[in-house]
Ligand binder design. Sequence first.
Ligand code: GTP
Ligand code: MG
Length: 200
Amino acid sequence: MKIKEATFVASYPRESSCPPAEQAVPEFAFIGRSNVGKSSLINMLTGRKHLAKVSGTPGKTQLLNYFHINNTWYLVDLPGYGYAKLAKFKREKLAKMIDGYLLNRPTLYLAFVLIDSNIPPKQVDLDFIDGLGEQGIPFALVFTKCDKQSKGKVQKSIGVFLDKLSETWETLPPYFISSSMHNTGREEILDYIQNILDTH
Ligand code: GTP
Ligand code: MG
């Protein structure tokens, strides 16, 4: 898929204020723990350096951010989950916002769940993935920041994560490996989105 147009639409505090689902615009959401590299990945995929706000301070994205791509589909940057340093009530508010979106959005075609390829499996990620499975929400994984380690170490770390998933899952989800610094995974992810759009 070539990105010809990528424009910021708006940020919404809850699912009910998002663009009406009746418009039937397909949506692909990006989600993951705070600081995993969601906004950077979105900028990398769209080829627009400053489309989504990147920050060194975790917890930057606290709204449902909509981007319109090629006048065909919405890319949605979701807030990070499980950020321990955030006040409990704020964390709960964000969790509510995320669940409200994921569970009530008929136009959501797929959620990309971002996992940092440099750290051992986190329970909060495994729980989140299990939750998606239980709710029947289609998703794929993206192992981010693969430039920070050697290829071998990245493969090993992904293997450990997938092994952990196999404890609860019979079939493993599709997954991608990305680096927003080096454009790694860009074509694969965009082609995957295109494929889903084509088959719907
Ligand atoms: P929140 O919105 O705060 O939840 O974070 P986020 O998931 O959107 O992460 P963001 O894209 O803002 O990136 C967080 C930090 O990780 C920034 O310092 C980025 O520069 C860095 N980062 C993101 N992607 C990559 C990557 O592919 N490689 C490396 N080395 N660093 C990255
Ligand atoms: Mg962000």
